[in-house]
Design a binder for this molecule. Structure first.
Ligand SMILES: NC(=O)c1ccc[n+]([C@@H]2O[C@H](COP(=O)([O-])OP(=O)(O)OC[C@H]3O[C@@H](n4cnc5c(N)ncnc54)[C@H](OP(=O)(O)O)[C@@H]3O)[C@@H](O)[C@H]2O)c1
Length: 247
């Protein structure tokens, strides 16, 4: 794996931070995106203390000027990008999802737009900005951090363990992200770039909360697996720990 270059958005904490650590341990040169300089520096120092060599850039994925600066930085520094982990994401409110913020009948349009902006529109824009650099790679990989809560199959199935976990803005944003995954994989089908959606599991992070089932170390595994897919690996799929999930 040595020599590969990765960008992990929202890499200053949670699953993104752990993904950066694991990719670095696999020999990948990792650049993490963080919204502020203080967060970027602190996260990079913690990664260094844990044995990883990373660089950080200031990157709010919803800001066009930040995305362009990130593209320019990577182009100048490396001339290509091998792995893009679209990890940055926001929830629509607390978890478990209770209250009007989470319902389709009552969610404020402002809240719905804000969640869609980060979890969907910004990912489309980030990916479009990075595509020329990914095309310059010998084997580009795009990992979109989705969620099982974005699976329409599970949300519509009364027998699903996720049926009662209804958070409309969050789920809709991840369903849209899944659609991006399918469409982009189609667009890139004649290239060496693979694009897949990941459900990390219910992970102990600020978003997942302390009652989550999975430790951070395991929560990064799906992202890392998809980031390091071999040439004969899948593209246009939705996975958790190597298992295909229903859309
Ligand atoms: N934890 C789970 O159980 C779980 C389950 C399914 C899917 N996921 C998905 O996995 C991904 C990571 O989740 P997590 O649990 O690690 O969440 P987290 O602990 O809340 O971390 C979210 C990360 O995204 C960053 N972020 C948010 N908005 C951003 C923006 N506009 N620009 C750049 N960075 C931004 C945050 O930066 P700041 O520190 O600046 O806020 C933070 O680094 C998310 O996409 C999430 O939806 C998580």
């Amino acid at each position: 794996m040595s020599g590969k270059i990765a960008l992990v958005t929202g890499g200053n904490r949670g699953i993104g931070w752990q993904t950066a650590l694991e990719l670095s341990r696999a020999g990948v040169k990792v650049v993490i995106g963080a919204r502020t300089e203080a967060q970027g520096r602190e996260a990079a120092e913690k990664l260094k203390a844990a044995g990883a060599e990373v660089e950080w850039i200031r990157l709010d994925v919803t800001k066009a000027e930040d995305r362009e600066a990130a593209r320019a930085y990577l182009e100048k520094r490396f001339g290509r990008l091998d792995i893009l982990v679209n990890n940055a994401g926001v929830a629509a409110g607390g978890f478990p999802p209770v209250g009007p913020d989470h319902t389709a009948s009552e969610v404020a349009m402002e809240k719905l737009r804000a969640v869609m902006e980060t979890n969907f529109f910004a990912v489309v824009a980030m990916t479009q900005a990075m595509l020329p650099l990914l095309k310059a790679s010998e084997a580009g990989r795009i990992v979109n951090l989705s969620s099982i809560l974005g699976s329409l199959t599970e949300q519509a199935n009364k027998k699903s363990p996720f049926y009662m976990a209804k958070s409309f803005a969050y789920s809709a944003s991840k369903t849209a992200l899944n659609s991006l995954t399918v469409h982009l994989a189609f667009d890139l089908r004649r290239t060496k770039i693979k694009v897949n959606a990941a459900h990390p599991g219910w992970v102990k992070t600020e978003m997942g909360g302390k009652d989550a089932q999975m430790e951070l170390e395991d929560g990064a595994k799906t992202s890392v697996m998809l980031a390091l897919l071999p040439e004969d690996g899948p593209s246009g799929g939705f996975f958790h720990m190597g298992q295909a999930l229903p859309w």
